[in-house]
Design a protein around this ligand. Sequence first.
Ligand code: GDP
Length: 302
Amino acid sequence: LLRLRSRLAKSANPFGKALFNILTKDALTEADWEEVEDILLMADVGAEASAQLIEELRSDARVTGQRDPSAIRELLRSKLLVLLDIDKDRALRASRADAPKPSVIMMVGVNGTGKTTTAGKLARLFVAESKTVVMGAADTFRAAAADQLETWGNKVSVPVVRSDRDGADPASVAFEAANRAVEDHADVLIIDTAGRLQNKANLMDELGKIRRVTEKTVTVDEVLLVLDATTGQNGMAQAKVFAQAIGITGIVLSKMDGSAKGGIVISVQKELGVPVKLVGLGEGPDDLAPFDAEAFVDGILA
Ligand code: GDP
């Protein structure tokens, strides 16, 4: 506790400071409770979840007579961990011993969230596991997307199947990539897609078609939704659209290297019933890490 206090006292983070101030008290006042709720809100945990957590904590405190703020913080920490379902299996399906060959991953999410970057980092990760990888540039809408994926392919020594035409049919690119992966006996196929939310019906059609056409040859066994930690509460609306459009097997929380806390994934994981699997920590090839629930919750509270 002393270590925690000294860490919070030194924290450059306003949340950490606020918690430190609360922790130095003998008991929590009404204003303190509000401050704890604000900490959750500022971390993007969401209004509903934050209010519910505070209510639970307050009623626990009433029942047990617990007044020690640091004990209450520990309780909050454990409640957040329960919400995140600490025992959830967060392994990528492609990393399982019984993964199909090729194991196929579709990257989905709103443009700009970090799909292409995450595809490149993932390719690097599999290459490091001595797996062979093919990537398919099925984001044919954005002119530079295929170039960007190709740059990643060169960086991590992975072939990229693409079309030279802007606006080519994304499903046919995915189909060719699937064939290439089969021909090459690749272990993993990663398909990058476009994510234009402006037209929901089109998005659903497009993702559905990519999946159907790809599955003429192979089976898509992972759909990773990339959520940008800096988008805050909007992440929930995005997640619902993509879950409805294609179904999701895992969440990647990108851009956690900045000041964003990414608390929205607590609600998203609950709502979709799928685990947060990975965290993006920068723009470089090695800036991808497995999601660590404890480190994540400590980030929210410190
Ligand atoms: P896409 O449109 O979803 O494919 O998004 P991009 O992969 O093109 O990423 C959009 C921008 O976010 C690019 O400038 C990336 O370098 C950047 N980016 C992606 N992931 C991360 C991350 O984890 N941290 C940071 N700091 N930047 C990221």
